[in-house]
Design a binder for this molecule. Structure first.
Ligand code: MLC
Ligand code: AMP
Length: 478
């Protein structure tokens, strides 16, 4: 079975039902199905076929959904690109994925650029019936780039079966149904918004209100006017929701039956404060781009603060100590996972793929411990990956950029705790000559996604190193 056959539970079987609210417009499942069929016909006319890649550099929109669905129906592999990325980051992905085109709202991606509005306009004249396809559950559906556990970003190849396993787990375990209403402001270019939000919407058939992006200032209106029953957020969003007036919080909490948090650690204090103010116990879960959702607190039963709960149906997990043996209860080790939601590997990176698996299990790079009664607690990452507002930042990418600047001799980027964003990137520099910090930060803003730009630059006379010359980031001055 393919994603399309599951999506047809709504696209066809609920075609007259209202499906989506976006900005001032609303759409039925039939509207979405027809537009994506027309786009699929146009892509085929343009000689883009199953197995080809298509990059989407788009903010959340109906266009994103329609083009994504058109690709899934035909078997064109979607490569969503973080809308915050700058040319340097976009080029890395388009060089690696070698797409037939890069669809965007403004010119980017060199000669691969297609304008999204022109594409949509052109598709309006196409036939509305769905093109034939001979896909299977093993067909690749998307390549999602992630900084993963080591090195610069690699393309995680996710199949129809990977996404389907995730959808069925979440709809079942979180009791999602066509009676629900999801408010979604998370980006569709990451799996939290895409695999948990969009995919579950299309299969469960609930009402979706999609935001271009989640904005703290306007979120309250979205909650009180749309009255969602379920909400997905990253911890940063929940931290900010704590500053809403008590009465508003109570009314929001009274309509939402399920708040889910993930993509970064949810501080137990935030969970406690949220319960006090919104009257709702957040359900925290743990996932990765490479594996989609692995572990979740229960819908029924204790949602234990500071833990991510139990492995989802079909998952096998192990905690492996540095010596290679399985950890005992309450003993820390690296989390290894296996299941139908775990990807096959990284795009064109057999070496990185082989390195990422051991004995059929994917090595997550996340340190973990399990309690006597089976609750899993994440203890941090093996690598020095920084997660800021739920976005992944790989220090090496920023360090390499800083070292390209003539006046910088050495650079080390670390994550520093931040009340709202969880962590923020801070750069420690050894300089060859005077550096104007403001112009350096401006330069970073032009070349790196906003969330990657170091929020602070610290000039030091040397970086602490081991005898082997490896920087000891934990010894850097706080
Ligand atoms: C941020 N910006 C965006 C954006 N997210 N612009 C367009 N679309 C988006 N999705 C802009 C902001 O407007 C801001 O611009 C700048 O980028 C910095 O934003 P920020 O520092 O992130 O703060 P804020 O604007 O308050 O956004 C907070 C946030 C956002 C939490 C809403 O960071 C967010 O959506 N994070 C979620 C990331 C995510 O989906 N992670 C899941 C990865 S998958 P300006 O001009 O105002 O500076 C994964 C697996 C799993 O981890 O387990 O889920
Ligand atoms: P990504 O590479 O963007 O898919 O991010 C996946 C990483 O996010 C995981 O490897 C974890 O380090 C982190 N993560 C996801 N969910 C949680 C969570 N609930 N608690 C702590 N970290 C999380």
């Amino acid at each position: 079975m393919t994603l399309t056959q599951l999506f047809d539970l709504s696209l066809i079987d609920r075609q007259h039902e209202s499906a989506l609210e976006f900005e001032e417009n609303s759409y039925s499942f039939g509207d979405i199905d027809r537009q994506s069929n027309q786009i699929a016909q146009l892509l085929l006319l343009k000689k883009i076929v199953a197995g080809d890649r298509l990059c989407l550099y788009l903010e959340n929109s109906v266009d994103f959904i329609s083009i994504y669905l058109a690709c899934v129906k035909v078997g064109i592999i979607v490569v969503p690109i973080n809308i915050l990325y700058k040319d340097r980051e976009i080029n890395h992905i388009s060089d690696d994925a070698a797409p037939k085109a890069l669809i965007a709202a403004e010119p980017t991606g060199g000669e691969l650029y297609w304008n999204v509005k022109h594409l949509i306009a052109e598709s309006a004249s196409m036939l509305e019936e769905r093109p034939k396809s001979t896909l299977t559950g093993d067909s690749p559906a998307a390549i999602v780039y992630t900084s993963g556990t080591t090195g610069t970003s690699k393309g995680a190849v996710l199949s129809h079966n990977n996404f389907i396993a995730n959808i069925i787990n979440l709809i079942t375990c979180w009791k999602m149904s066509s009676a629900d209403r999801l408010l979604l402001g998370l980006p569709l270019f990451h799996v939290h918004g895409l695999a948990n939000g969009m995919h579950c919407w299309l299969v469960a058939g609930f009402k979706l209100k999609l935001l271009v992006k989640y904005q703290h200032e306007t979120a309250e209106t979205a909650f009180t006017s749309f009255k969602p029953t379920i909400f997905f957020g990253v911890p940063t969003i929940y931290v900010r929701l704590l500053d809403r007036p008590a009465a508003i919080a109570k009314s929001i909490g009274s309509t939402v039956r399920l708040f889910v948090s993930g993509s970064a650690p949810l501080p137990p204090q935030v969970m406690q404060d949220f319960k006090a103010k919104y009257g709702s116990t957040i359900l925290e879960r743990y996932g990765m781009t490479e594996t989609l959702m692995n572990i979740s607190n229960p819908y029924v039963g204790e949602r234990r603060p500071g833990t991510v709960g139990f492995p989802l149906p079909g998952m096998s997990v192990k905690i492996i100590k540095p010596d290679g043996h399985e950890a005992a209860i309450d003993e820390e080790g690296e989390l290894h996972v296996k299941g139908p939601n775990v990807f096959e590997g990284y795009w064109k990176r057999p070496d990185a793929t082989a390195e990422a698996f051991e004995g059929g299990y994917f090595k997550t790079g996340d340190m973990c411990v399990v309690s006597e009664d089976g609750y899993y607690t994440l203890r941090g990452r093996k690598s020095d990956l920084i997660i800021s507002s739920g976005y992944n930042i790989y220090p090496r990418e920023i360090e390499e950029f800083l070292l390209e600047q003539a006046e910088i001799a050495e650079a080390a980027v670390v994550g520093v705790p931040d009340q709202v964003k969880g962590e923020i990137p801070v750069a420690y520099l050894v300089t060859k000559s005077d550096v104007d910090i403001n112009s350096l930060q401006e330069l970073c803003k032009q070349s790196l996604a906003a969330f990657k730009v170091p929020k602070k630059f610290v000039i030091v006379d040397h970086l602490p190193r081991t005898a082997l010359g490896k920087v000891q980031k934990h010894l850097l001055p706080k």
